[in-house]
Design a protein around this ligand. Structure first.
Ligand code: CA
Length: 252
């Protein structure tokens, strides 16, 4: 997998602190966004623990990196273990101090494994793929509003503006047996993968995200343009984006 990746995080226009964190490690082929929650700086603690533990766990598991490791089953197992480890550490921290009750974090991860991209997530941070003009979500939010959408009780449009849209139904730090949802995709030349916190997709529609990505072929420009667009729309939350573009031309 020959790709160029860039990441950017921004506090936004309304919040005093940035509780998001991201990880971009081309050697490991590991890209992740975590969106922390909980008062008294707890969100920052949770997202930081998630990101640092993911990296440490994969490194110590003997993971050989994006280029050499091509065993998808082994990669899935390494990723599950890394997320379990991160969850366990956050749960222990939550239990250690009264003021950290309710602390947690989402996480969305892309792990490159040879020609495959493993996509894992917990919570409402998202992964998207732009391929040959086709733009789609690779993750399904673990959120109350998305459950209502799946049940046919809310439309996507209603969910987007719903007062309970921030309620996450699955997060690291909430319970010891958190389930990582895993998918995978084959990398193709020209693919653009986007990982983001909900600060992006709560301010912009999927169509706006798609047109911004298409207008900015370089990952660095795309990250800047996405964050600027979210802030121009109000910047109500922290916004974090990682854009990974696979080199080569799209197959026709
Ligand atoms: Ca958020």
């Amino acid at each position: 997998m020959n790709a160029k990746a860039y990441g950017l995080t921004d506090v936004g226009r309304r919040r005093e602190a940035n509780e998001d964190e991201f990880l971009l490690d081309d050697g490991l082929g590991l890209y992740a966004v975590a969106d922390g929650m909980g008062g008294h700086a707890a969100g920052e603690v949770a997202s930081h623990l998630a990101i640092s533990t993911l990296r440490e766990s994969l490194t110590s598991s003997g993971w050989e990196g994006a280029e050499t490791e091509t065993d998808v089953a082994r990669a899935q197992e390494a990723l599950r273990q890394a997320v379990d480890e991160a969850n366990r550490k956050i749960c222990e921290t939550v239990m250690s101090r009264e003021e950290w009750r309710g602390m947690g974090t989402t996480v969305v991860i892309l792990l490159a494994c040879g020609e495959r991209a493993l996509i894992g997530h917990v919570g409402d941070s998202r992964a998207y793929l732009l391929r040959n003009g086709d733009f789609r979500r690779l993750t399904s939010d673990h959120s109350w509003v998305n459950e209502q959408v799946k049940l046919g009780l809310l439309t996507e449009e209603q969910a987007h503006r719903h007062p309970m849209r921030n309620i996450v139904t699955r997060a690291l730090g909430n319970r010891l047996d958190v389930a990582l949802e895993l998918n995978n995709e084959t990398f193709r030349g020209g693919d653009v993968f986007l990982l983001c916190s909900d600060g992006l997709n709560s301010m912009l529609s999927d169509e706006e995200i798609r047109t911004t990505l298409e207008a900015n072929p370089d990952p660095r420009d795309a990250c800047r343009a996405l964050v600027d667009a979210a802030n121009a729309r109000g910047g109500e939350d922290n916004t974090t984006v990682i854009v990974l573009k696979v080199n080569g031309n799209p197959r026709t």
